[in-house]
Design a protein around this ligand. Sequence first.
Ligand SMILES: C[S@@+](CC[C@H](N)C(=O)[O-])C[C@H]1O[C@@H](n2cnc3c(N)ncnc32)[C@H](O)[C@@H]1O
Length: 255
Amino acid sequence: MEEGIRVKYYESHEGVYKKIKKNNMSSWGEFCGKSETFEDFYMKEYLVTALGRVRPSADARILDIGCGTGPISCFLARQGYNVDGIDVSRTAIEIARTNAKERDLDIHFSVDDICCVSNTRSDIYDFVIDTHCMHCITYDTDRHAALASIFRLLKKGGYFIVETMSIEDPFKWSFKGRIDEQGILWNEVKKNSPYDKVLFEDKFWMCTRRLMSPSDLERELKQAGFSIEHTRTVQDQDIEYMEDFQAICRKPVGN
Ligand SMILES: C[S@@+](CC[C@H](N)C(=O)[O-])C[C@H]1O[C@@H](n2cnc3c(N)ncnc32)[C@H](O)[C@@H]1O
C-alpha cells in the first residue's frame, strides 16, 4: 500500500478523546473497556519495576510521550518527579490538565508531535517513557524521526523506557483490519475521512498500528543509538499471539 498525504494518521486519536470527554471517562484504558482505572493503569507494574532498576534521582526530569489524559504523568508526578507530558491530541491534553489539577499535581502538559520536536531542544530529560505511543507511529520515516527526537531530548546517560505492542508473526493478526508485510495494521475508513488514507481494492484504509517483532524493535532502538540494558516480552492478556515488548534503553554517556 502507498503512503498518502493528508492530516497525519496518528492525529486520528483526537476522535477517540472527544468521545472520552463526552462520556466523562478518565483515560484511553477506560475507553478500551479494560479493567483499568486512571490510578491503576496497564503499565504500572512494569513502570515501578523499571524505575526500581534504574533508580532515578528524586528530582529527575521525565517526559511522557503520548501521555493521553495523563495517568502515567500523574503517577510519576505523585512520586515527586518533574514531569512533562506531550500528546498530539488537543482534547487529551485538555483532559490531562484537568486530571492533574484535580489531583493538585504540577505537570507541564503540551500539544506536541514527537515526530517533529524542534531540533533546538536537546539534553533535557533524565527519562523518556513510551506509554504505548510508539506503536501508533507506523511508517519507518516517522518512527526514525520520533526516535531521533527522543535520543536528542535525553541527557547523556538518560534512559528511554519502552512498553509497546509486539507480535512475532504479524500475519496471525485476526481482528479488524488487514496487515501488510511490514506489520503495518490498516483499518477501513470512510471516503471523507480527513486523515492520511490510501485507496486499496476500492476501499479507503488508514494505518493505525505498527506491529513489530521483539528482535526488530531491538534492532530499531540500537540503530537509533540506544544501548539496551534490559528487555522482556509479556503475553497480552486478551490476544494469545500478541505481546508487550518492554525495554530499558540508555543514551550512551559518551554521546
Ligand atoms: C494508546 S494511546 C495511550 C495514551 C496514554 N499513554 C495512556 O496510557 O492513557 C497512544 C497515545 O499516543 C498519542 N500519539 C500518537 N502519535 C503521537 C505523536 N506522533 N506524538 C505525540 N503523541 C502521539 C495519541 O494521541 C494517544 O494519546
